[in-house]
Design a protein around this ligand. Structure first.
Ligand SMILES: O=P(O)(O)OC[C@H]1O[C@H](O)[C@H](O)[C@@H](O)[C@@H]1O
Length: 569
């Protein structure tokens, strides 16, 4: 545990090595590390009003220290709920308020005697029911996690489960089953006090969601599943200490940010993650971090996570690869694949992870590298200016629904009934059947583009397998990067880049049937209506930004329908 956090290993052809060396030189010359430590917002923007906002978003640089002091507050809660016989924790939150907890749960599992953790970050009603079926409300603790305190998905989940718990244990007792994590002064803080929540954690307000892993947002759920929080923070501290060094060769985040930024300038704007299975879900979190931080002003780095490693011929010249290699596991296939990429002249950064708790340092490393890359991209990596657009569209659709009691129904351009009912919504392109239409739509894909699959469906094993097969097929056919996001979760992640980044995305929205809807107490709309409003709202946003997009609606068996789509390509 005493060793310092290392920079990684960078392998690339000589010309790219030279670009990166020049990037590191600029970082040195501009004293970027020292200026980050001094919270010098002029690194990113010259407008004083924007600088003020940036200064109020860098609290994560020292949050490790703050959290060490607050550790008792977390430990007290965990002891109390264990003593009271609680068995499950259900995290209600989106984006930066949910992804780190999900990564921690997936990576570490649950220590015996601690609480099982479920992360609910979708408005898909079938998923809400699935989670509800897995838990016993009487021994469940709900974590309402929202920095702003007003996120529609999170508050809808809260309304749903507060009602359920009240019916189960009585309205007076319900508050004991809830805690909140939020900023001071939000409506959620007020609600938590009014409803007698068991506890309200007030997070330092100068930390944005995607930079909040090492704050209450990540640590409270982590502690509930039994993680050794001091050990996680110790790793975070190593990365924080290393970030004080001025030279890229000694400062792991600066080193990495220099590579990402310099290679962006060489048209390598897609950071493709290759991760050992033990740490595989880290991609969920880092995807939001990179996409929301850099995807704006017509620029951006596309994080590509969860894409199957391919042979060199399926990749273009638009990527860099990041290999997170966990020592001790079987990495032989990944090692071989990565070596083939290096041999083919692809740039690869590689990190050795000897201890899974090093994830505490990885959160910091990637946060730091992301803001450094923002310096090269000349953007503000601490805001998310285009996320609001889809939210506004959703709101408009919901208002219309409240007045007319029905949702807009886009007219399909293609309908197929055999062997599955599939409808496509999009612009006429001359294609008359599924295969013809998809062929013409995908004929627009150019080198350097990416294809984003955005699925507003329940995430099940069979759906996941079908989406992955579709994605791999698309990548191998069109030789472009692919992403898969579940809606509305990705709206709080890659959604920013889709609309704010370069116009190099080709978007495929997938929708399916809802099996069992769920009402939201106090609202006229249900979860199914909310989800559909979000899906439509996002399509309108993509249209407004003139992004190439279609919707594919599959009726009936989703996995089977996706196979039919796959075969049509
Ligand atoms: O934590 P909350 O305020 O509920 O926000 C949750 C998420 O919502 C927004 O969409 C932002 O774009 C994300 O960065 C944020 O993490």
């Amino acid at each position: 545990m005493s060793t310092a956090l290392q920079v990684g290993q960078f392998q690339a052809p000589a010309d790219l090595q030279r670009s990166v060396a020049e990037g590191w030189r600029v970082l040195d010359e501009q004293q970027v590390a020292a200026r980050i430590s001094q919270i010098d917002a002029s690194l990113w923007k010259s407008d004083p009003a924007i600088q003020e906002k940036i200064r109020n978003r860098l609290g994560w640089l020292t949050v490790v220290n703050t959290m060490r002091e607050k550790y008792d507050e977390i430990a007290t809660l965990v002891d109390a709920v264990r003593k009271d016989g609680y068995k499950s924790a259900i995290l209600l939150g989106m984006g930066g308020s949910s992804l780190c907890p999900e990564v921690l749960r997936t990576t570490f599992g649950v220590v015996p005697g601690y609480l099982e953790l479920y992360v609910l970050d979708t408005t898909d009603p079938d998923t809400v029911h699935t989670v509800e079926q897995k838990i016993d409300l009487r021994t469940s603790l709900f974590i309402v996690a929202s920095k702003s305190g007003g996120t529609i998905e999170t508050m809808s989940h809260y309304k749903y489960f507060f009602d359920r718990v009240s019916k189960e244990v009585g309205a007076d007792e319900a508050g004991k089953h809830f805690i909140a994590i939020t900023d001071p002064g939000t409506s959620l803080e007020t609600l938590g006090r009014e409803q007698n929540f068991r506890h309200v954690f007030l997070n330092p307000p100068d930390i944005g969601g995607r930079y909040s892993a090492l704050s209450f947002f990540g640590l409270v759920p982590g502690a509930l599943i039994g993680l050794n929080i001091p050990r996680l923070l110790e790793w975070g501290e190593k990365a924080m200490n290393a970030s004080q060094k001025s030279s890229a060769q000694e400062n792991p985040g600066l080193w990495l940010g220099g590579i990402m930024g310099a290679l962006y300038k060489q048209q390598r704007d897609k950071v493709t993650f290759i991760i050992s299975p033990e740490l595989r879900s880290f991609g969920y979190w880092v995807e939001q971090l990179i996409a929301e931080s850099t995807g704006k002003e017509g620029r951006g780095l596309l994080p590509v996570e969860g894409e199957q490693l391919g042979t060199p011929d399926v990749y273009g010249n638009d990527r860099i690869f990041a290999y997170l290699r966990v020592d001790g596991g079987d990495n032989s296939e990944l090692d071989k694949g990565v070596q083939a990429l290096v041999d083919a002249g692809q740039p690869v950064v590689r990190f050795e992870i000897g201890d899974l708790y090093q994830i505490g340092a990885e959160f910091f490393r990637w946060e730091y590298a992301t803001v450094v890359s923002g310096f090269f991209l000349d953007i503000n990596p601490l805001d998310e200016p285009n996320v609001q657009e889809s939210k506004d569209n959703t709101k408009r659709i919901l208002t219309q629904y409240q007045q007319e009691h029905r949702l807009p129904e886009p007219t399909p351009v293609v309908v197929t009934n055999e062997p599955a009912k599939i409808e496509i919504v999009g612009k006429e392109n001359g294609g008359k059947d599924l295969a013809g239409y998809l062929h013409n739509f995908l004929a627009q894909v150019r080198p350097g583009d990416y294809i984003a699959i955005m699925a507003y469906v329940e995430r099940t094993e069979s759906t996941e397998a079908a989406l992955q097969a579709l994605r791999t097929h698309l990548r191998d056919t069109y030789k472009v990067a692919t992403t898969v996001g579940y809606g509305p979760r990705f709206l709080h992640s890659t959604g920013q880049l889709h609309k704010g980044g370069a116009n190099n995305g080709v978007f495929i929205q997938i929708t399916g049937d809802v099996h069992q809807d769920a009402s939201i107490p106090g609202e006229i709309y249900s979860f199914a209506v909310l989800k559909e409003s979000q899906a439509l709202g996002d399509l309108y946003s993509l249209d407004n930004h003139e992004r190439r997009n279609i919707r594919i609606h599959v009726s009936g068996d989703l996995a089977k329908g996706l196979q039919v789509v796959d075969q049509a390509i």
